[in-house]
Design a protein around this ligand. Structure first.
Ligand code: SF4
Ligand code: FE
Length: 484
């Protein structure tokens, strides 16, 4: 079986024995939990679209490992065309879900781990790449979702992993056995962790010799012994527990982040892809971050399209679509959104093969892409809120509209353009609220700021890759300071 259906994916999650805590309680049936299910639906869209012929070229691809047809989310990029298709696929999924669909983190992890283990093996004579590719074949063959887990809790930020008072603030080896290792620690802000079949752990930063036990890369089943999850709260999340769907804004879909705790988890050697080779930890972080910074050029522009569409729709519902300033704002939103997408495509088109054959994006352009993503969605969201008007934050709740005494008054006083119903107005306002203030804003705004590294991380990379000396040399030649 190389491609699962959406239903098979959801069924496969039901068979897993994960320990998940949410709102202070252990969740028994997480697949049907009203707060969690929309995030499963979003991830399931990566399966659903792969079954549809019109999206086959974007969502599926021939495996470079087995030659079989696989879901693109499990693929190693073999060309710049693959890299560009990834971004287009992510934009499409942004349209279909209006949120984070969570499957890209593992995808970006595969591509980074593949090239880095290949180069490590050449250096040390190890066989990590062979192990990793055998693991990836298993992922491809079973069409699995893998959480790429990078961010450690980090404790006191001014201290290195090995100098922390609490040694568990970074995931580390606590025991070496003949058949594997035992690990302890936690990974924070893990997108889609609860919806994953597997967790691919990577180091969170460049490690030095003293931090060798923290230079770790491995994979474990998401329900392995010793793992548990604490589900992150999102603004307005308990609206999903209320009756009705209008106030949620995006009733069927949502993102997800969780804390994963590894409480002495055993990992067999065949699933260990780095263990102590600290000199390669920085390269792995840099490549993973680069791929994920490219990803945002796709997913965030896709969700941006939905927000632009919602702003246009609410302008029609409220009868202001012909106002020139409204048109001007929609154009400005589009210009900002296409800038993000253009960067995603550009870093893909400028990609190059690594020694393993797996293609890597242009790192400078990927970092420029992500740095734009840290602020342009905020500008787009501001313009959407401007067009939506103040009702965005003063609209009464769905239950008020259903109240037999006051409902008819709300129906009357919140009616706007005659072609649209009051309910349509409420629904569109709530979608804009979701994307700019509610659960959707987690993925569209705050995650745009901090996901794949906060802005300072991109600035450091841009500073390293900018090649200022070459540029100065060109200027010096033109200014007559330096001769050819
Ligand atoms: Fe994919 Fe975007 Fe979600 Fe990251 S934030 S997992 S790139 S959809
Ligand atoms: Fe993310």
């Amino acid at each position: 079986m190389a491609l699962k259906t959406k239903e098979e994916y959801i069924e496969s999650l039901k068979r897993m024995k994960k320990r998940i805590f949410l709102l202070g309680e252990e969740v028994q049936n997480y697949v049907d939990h009203p707060i969690i299910r929309p995030s499963i639906n979003a991830c399931a869209m990566t399966y659903e679209l792969a079954q549809q012929s019109e999206y086959e070229e974007l969502l599926t691809v021939q495996s470079s490992l087995t030659g079989k047809k696989i879901n693109r989310f499990t693929h190693l990029h073999q060309s710049t065309d693959d890299l560009i298709k990834k971004v287009k696929m992510q934009r499409l999924l942004g349209h279909k879900t209006g949120c984070c669909f969570q499957r890209c983190v593992g995808f970006d992890g595969f591509n980074a781990v593949d090239s880095v283990t290949y180069e490590m093996d050449k250096h040390y004579g190890t066989d990590y790449n062979k192990r990793f590719r055998a693991y990836l074949e298993y992922i491809q063959e079973n069409d699995l979702v893998v959480d790429g887990a990078m961010t450690d809790t980090k404790g006191d930020r001014k201290l290195s992993p090995s100098s922390q008072k609490d040694p568990d603030q970074f995931v580390h080896v606590v025991e070496r056995k003949p058949n594997g290792i035992v690990v302890r620690g936690a990974k924070a802000h893990q997108t889609g962790a609860v919806n994953s079949h597997e967790i691919l752990v990577m180091p969170t930063q460049t490690m030095r010799e003293a931090d060798k036990e923290y230079a770790l890369c491995f994979a474990v089943p998401a329900d392995a012994n010793g793992i548990f999850y604490v589900y992150g709260r999102q603004s307005c999340d308990t609206r999903r527990l209320e009756e009705g769907t209008i106030d949620v804004g995006n009733a069927n879909f949502g993102g997800q982040e969780a804390l994963i705790v590894f409480d002495d988890v055993f990992v067999p050697w065949e699933r260990v892809f780095m263990c102590g080779e600290y000199q390669y930890s920085g390269l792995l972080v840099e490549r993973f971050a680069g791929y994920h910074r490219q990803s945002y050029g796709g997913c965030k522009s896709g969700v941006g399209d939905v927000l632009i569409g919602a702003a246009h729709a609410i302008s029609k519902i409220q009868g202001v679509e012909k106002a020139t300033h409204v048109k001007d704002k929609l154009i400005e939103m589009t210009h900002l959104n296409e800038t993000i997408y253009a960067c995603g495509v550009a870093c893909s088109a400028e990609g190059k093969p690594t020694p393993s054959g797996t293609y890597l994006i242009d790192l400078l352009l990927a970092n420029v892409c992500k740095l734009h993503v840290t602020h342009l969605p905020y500008l787009i969201a501001r313009l959407a809120q401007d067009i939506a008007e103040g009702l965005l934050v003063t609209l009464p709740g769905e239950q008020d509209f259903k109240n037999p005494e006051i409902g008819k008054y709300l129906e009357k006083y919140f009616r706007s353009a005659t072609e649209y119903s009051t309910e349509e107005r409420c629904r569109m306002q709530r979608l804009i609220e979701n994307l700019t203030l509610g659960m959707g804003a987690v993925g569209y705004l705050t995650e745009s700021l901090h996901g794949a590294g906060s802005p300072q991380a991109q600035k450091i990379m841009i500073g390293r890759l900018a090649n200022f000396d070459y540029k100065a040399e060109q200027a010096e030649k033109l200014a007559g300071i330096k001769k050819d």
